[in-house]
Design a protein around this ligand. Structure first.
Ligand code: 2NL
Length: 344
């Protein structure tokens, strides 16, 4: 019996060593230490032994059982440690790996252009003003020397809400409102960016909704040379110091005299090319000295006060600056177009 127990011990220890999984180890435990196991069987047969042998074999059987049990427990915790180690290795995060790229948005090109123009004029001491997009006939037309029936109204046909309310056709009403607030006493030095509307058929260069930035400076002794100096500074900052400007006579109902400003063509340096259509000059804005009627209607004494005003289209400025050939690109919001200008 003693030999049998020693044999069982060796056998079991060998199986414990060979067990590579927790399940396999569990089977060894059941096989050797279970109720139907060989050690239990040995103990059951002890009745045949002599009085002297019984405690010796009993003690040995318990020792063998204990040794096998300890071996199984040790192996068990070793396997569990290994499993945990493995799991931690699988679940570990490499914090040095680059992150997944996230699509980052940015300002719309028109927003960037408008903010750039705003910054230039803020730098020259102009305020930024905003006003309603649904306007009265009075502020959109009357106050700007465009009485009912004036032929220039046809050019600015728009979306009417009622007889007297309409979508503004330009940002000039913001200027008329601002002058009105000053009671004809204080100077005005402002620009007003915003959306405007006209009843137009959309194509590569026309849109029924677009943006405008107008500027107005009213004070005592404001002259045409002030207009020229401010607009030249603007052109140099916006398009480059090497660009020249040119003022051509024009007509607007709200200014007299009126001019259109061109900048020299960068593509050909003034020689004439396809961009400037052979002339060497590119038109960028309209301007003029504020018509005395407009000053008087807003409460200014036109003998004491004078002013200049100008208006430009940010779409056109952006198209010239970036060589964009279709105004509809600004409004159709194709990210393949827009994302090109996120750092513009
Ligand atoms: C253009 C031309 C212009 C003005 C806008 C203006 C406003 C007041 C008084 C006088 Cl309140 N004038 N605005 C003057 C001349 C030209 O815009 O081609 N815009 C895109």
């Amino acid at each position: 019996m003693k030999e049998r127990l020693e044999e069982l011990e060796q056998e079991a220890i060998l199986k414990v060593e060979k067990a590579e999984t927790i399940d396999a180890l569990k089977n060894v435990r059941v096989e050797y230490l279970g109720k139907k196991g060989p050690i239990t069987e040995v103990l059951r047969g002890m009745g045949k032994l002599s009085k002297e042998e019984r405690p010796v074999i009993g003690q040995l059987a318990n020792e063998v059982r204990e040794k096998i049990s300890v071996a199984i427990d040790e192996k068990q915790s070793k396997l569990e440690d290994e499993a945990l180690e493995e799991q931690l290795k699988d679940e570990s995060i490499d914090v040095t790996l680059p992150g997944r790229p996230v699509q980052v948005g940015g300002p719309h090109l028109l927003t960037s252009i408008i903010e750039e123009i705003e910054d230039l004029f803020i730098g020259m001491g102009f305020d930024i003003r905003e006003g309603p997009e649904v306007e009265t006939d009075y502020y959109n037309f009357e106050a700007l020397n465009l009485p009912k029936g004036h032929p220039a109204r046809d050019m600015q046909d728009t979306f009417y809400i009622t007889e007297e309310l309409l979508m503004r056709t330009h940002t000039s009403p913001v200027q008329a409102r601002t002058m009105g607030q000053k009671d004809g006493k204080e100077p005005v030095k402002m620009i007003c960016p915003g959306k405007v509307y006209r009843r137009d058929t959309d194509d590569a260069t026309h849109s029924h909704q677009f943006t405008q930035i107008e500027g107005l400076l009213v004070d005592e002794n404001v002259r045409m040379s002030d207009l020229k100096g401010v607009l030249q500074t603007f052109a140099h900052k916006m398009f480059g110091e090497e660009r020249e400007i040119r003022l051509r006579p024009s007509f607007f109902p709200f200014t007299e005299p009126s001019v259109e400003m061109d900048i020299s063509c960068k593509m050909c340096g003034g020689k004439g090319c396809s961009v400037c259509k052979g002339s060497g000059w590119i038109e960028i804005l309209g301007a003029g000295m504020v018509h005395p009627n407009v000053l008087e209607m807003s409460g200014y004494d036109s003998k004491k006060y004078s002013g200049f005003a100008f208006g430009m289209g940010p779409e056109r400025i952006a198209m010239l600056k970036h060589g964009i050939d279709d105004i509809r690109h600004f409004y159709t919001n194709d990210v393949r177009f827009l994302s090109q200008y996120h750092n513009a």
